[in-house]
Design a protein around this ligand. Structure first.
Ligand code: ARG
Ligand code: ZN
Ligand code: CA
Length: 241
């Protein structure tokens, strides 16, 4: 990229029920949340504990809604094996995936909120999937995943971020300014929550790449921002953006 990173977004909506046929206004709330969370303008950014305020990042990425593609289907759930991304399997194939973030909104099933493809994977399946029930700002029916943070977390993966606990006991997320977490956190942990890993650091449970409730996650770090920027630079897996 040259200068500011701007991500054109196409939202692919697959629906059987009218509830799954989420409105344009609903979709726009999700784009707004992404713009807030990736530009440190989220209203909870000022609740970051002092311990972490020095590493809290304004990632500086803008998302622009380019198009919404809708398709009525007879499928009640889509699973996590990319069927929703394939016209031949009843889904919707991605639009210009080397220069566009494709987001699929559909019922995934199995209690899965969303999933993402990391940079470097096949273009035909590139993008993120967010269950329609947790897409954008939603009603209390979707609590505690009603603040649009599933997409923030999945876009984090799409931009090469790992889970903060490194998917292992005291694992690494390959980011030096995030503390080592012993495992995933759920709910909204009371601060300070101490890690049992070497040095017993205070865990950054409010990071978007943990597994807390939507209201419990509200920051990326400068180290995560560097990892993100690297994939958009010349030679990076998403240099086309
Ligand atoms: N990939 C995770 C899952 O489906 C998403 C976690 C999102 N967390 C959240 N608070 N919205 O389980
Ligand atoms: Zn994840
Ligand atoms: Ca780390």
């Amino acid at each position: 990229v040259n200068g500011k990173i701007v991500i054109p977004v196409v939202v692919n909506v697959l629906y059987k029920t009218t509830a799954e046929d989420i409105s344009e206004a609903q979709i726009q709330t999700q784009i707004d949340v992404l713009n807030q969370d990736f530009n440190a303008t989220n209203s909870d950014f000022n609740t970051i504990p002092t311990l972490f305020s020095g590493v809290a990042a304004d990632v500086g990425i803008t998302f622009i809604l380019e198009d919404i593609i809708r398709k009525k289907t007879s499928k009640t759930s889509w699973g996590t094996r990319d069927a929703m991304k394939k016209t031949k399997q009843g889904g919707i194939s991605p639009t210009s995936p080397s220069t566009t973030l494709n987001i699929w909104a559909c019922t995934i099933g199995g209690g899965i909120l969303g999933y993402a493809q990391f940079p470097g994977g096949p273009l035909a399946t590139d993008g993120i999937v967010v269950d329609s029930k947790y897409f954008g700002l939603s009603s209390s029916a979707s609590y505690p995943y009603n603040l649009g943070r599933t997409a923030t977390h999945e876009v984090g993966h799409w931009m090469n971020l790992r889970h903060i606990w490194g998917d292992a006991i005291c694992g690494s997320d390959l980011v030096s300014d995030t503390p080592t977490h012993n495992t995933a956190n759920y709910g909204v942990p009371v601060y300070p929550h101490y890690s049992t890993c070497t040095g017993t650091p205070v865990e950054m449970t409010m990071n978007y790449m943990d597994y807390t409730d939507d209201r419990g996650m509200y920051m990326f770090t400068n180290g995560q921002k560097s990892r993100i920027n690297a994939i958009f630079m010349t030679g990076g897996a998403r240099a086309g953006f």
